[in-house]
Design a binder for this molecule. Structure first.
Ligand SMILES: Nc1ncnc2c1ncn2[C@@H]1O[C@H](COP(=O)(O)OP(=O)(O)O)[C@@H](O)[C@H]1O
Ligand SMILES: [Mg+2]
Length: 350
């Protein structure tokens, strides 16, 4: 599967580039009060996505995944950094200039129940973005586009005349996906798009997204707290912890040989199909610290099973660990191999 997926990824200028993105939400003391602090929701995140590539963004609830997605959609102004779509900065574009760029990025959210207006028929839900982006030449073209969207998400064409409440959760999510595709985007952001669905429905929607990606050559940012879901459908994975990416790598490399203690712990909780092959479960101590007052040094040091003095004072940079495409932010990789517990993960590759 991954071999054929690889061929759809084109090298060259990335479709999306995110450079040192920061989003700090001010905390106000009362309605008229001044700013008393910040939620450091996203605090220096960089990655890129090629045309036709899926990058998954994973990590526990509250680590800043949705904030990254919303920043890409310009749902708010960012605090710092750059978002570059197909060579053009979009983070500082005026709303007028942003319009044509908006069409190029579609989005699917978690809850297919609240994201569809119950008072609109499917026809109008899908026609709305087509009209907003001025895509349909005439009525016949609009009808053709509606039919094509229904085909793409494998729903019967005549279902356009039904209401959202007439559909199951999985079918509604198909409508949300059709809506996301209405503008003929090059990138879609799926924010926990399958998290609310039952297991069997989840698999169907994951397969649909994967098919669409190949059929349409879409790039995808697949946001999920669930590593097990991600494994089946992604090219690369970025792991976030408290507003930062701690590891980013091609899927195979990350799953077989995690280079950050946090990734290693997350993976230890993912069930593996063969009995007996389960790695020893790593239980992290404590809770995720508050993004209002993140730990100094490495943000993960308060929970890391391998913490040493340097981790408490110096923030590790995200850098290559072995493979050029496999980056991790961990001081352990400066230690001799014999003293680096993550070095043993290489052996699992064989
Ligand atoms: N509009 C907002 N105002 C203040 N804090 C926010 C806002 N949106 C998100 N946050 C905070 O930012 C952090 C990251 O949130 P989010 O990006 O939603 O995480 P995730 O999607 O990984 O669960 C959380 O601590 C959350 O409470
Ligand atoms: Mg979220």
């Amino acid at each position: 599967m991954s071999a054929s997926m690889q061929t759809t990824v084109q090298a060259g200028r990335p479709l999306l580039e995110v450079n040192d993105l920061k989003k700090h939400f001010p905390i106000k003391a009362g309605f008229f009060g001044g700013t008393t602090g910040y939620v450091y929701a996203v605090d220096g995140v960089s990655f890129s996505i090629q045309k036709g590539e899926t990058l998954s963004l994973v990590g526990e609830s509250g680590c800043g995944k949705s904030t990254v997605g919303k920043a890409l959609l310009r749902l708010f102004d960012i605090t710092d950094g750059q978002v570059v779509l197909d060579g053009q900065r979009i983070d500082d574009l005026s709303l007028g200039k942003l319009r044509p760029m908006r069409r190029r990025v579609g989005v699917v959210f978690q809850d297919p129940f609240s994201s569809l207006n119950p008072r609109m028929r499917v026809r109008d839900l899908l026609a709305e973005p087509i009209r907003n982006f001025g895509l349909a030449k005439d009525n016949a073209d609009l009808e053709a586009r509606l039919a094509k969207l229904m085909d793409l998400v494998r729903l019967p064409r005549d279902a356009v005349d039904r209401w959202p409440h007439e559909f199951s959760g999985g079918q509604r999510q198909r409508i949300c996906i059709a809506r996301a595709l209405a503008g003929e985007p090059e990138l879609i952001i799926c924010d926990e798009a399958v998290s609310a669905l039952d297991v069997s429905v989840k698999a169907q929607i994951v397969n649909l997204l994967q098919d669409l990606q190949k059929e349409l050559g879409l790039a995808m940012l697949f946001i999920s707290h669930d590593l097990a879901v991600v494994e089946h459908m992604t090219h690369r994975v970025a792991v976030m912890y408290l507003g930062r990416i701690v590891e980013i790598a091609p899927k195979r490399s990350l799953f077989a040989a995690p280079k950050h203690p946090y990734t290693e712990a997350l993976l230890s909780a993912v069930p593996v199909p063969e009995p007996g092959a389960q790695r020893e479960r790593i239980i992290l101590k404590g809770d995720v610290p508050s993004p209002i007052n993140p730990p100094k040094g490495c943000r993960f040091h308060t929970r890391c099973p391998y913490v040493f003095d340097r981790c408490r004072v110096e923030t590790p940079e995200l850098r290559s660990t072995g493979g050029a495409e496999h980056l991790a932010a961990c001081h352990l990789h400066d230690k001799p191999e014999a003293e680096n517990p993550l070095a043993r993960n290489v052996a699992l590759l064989a």
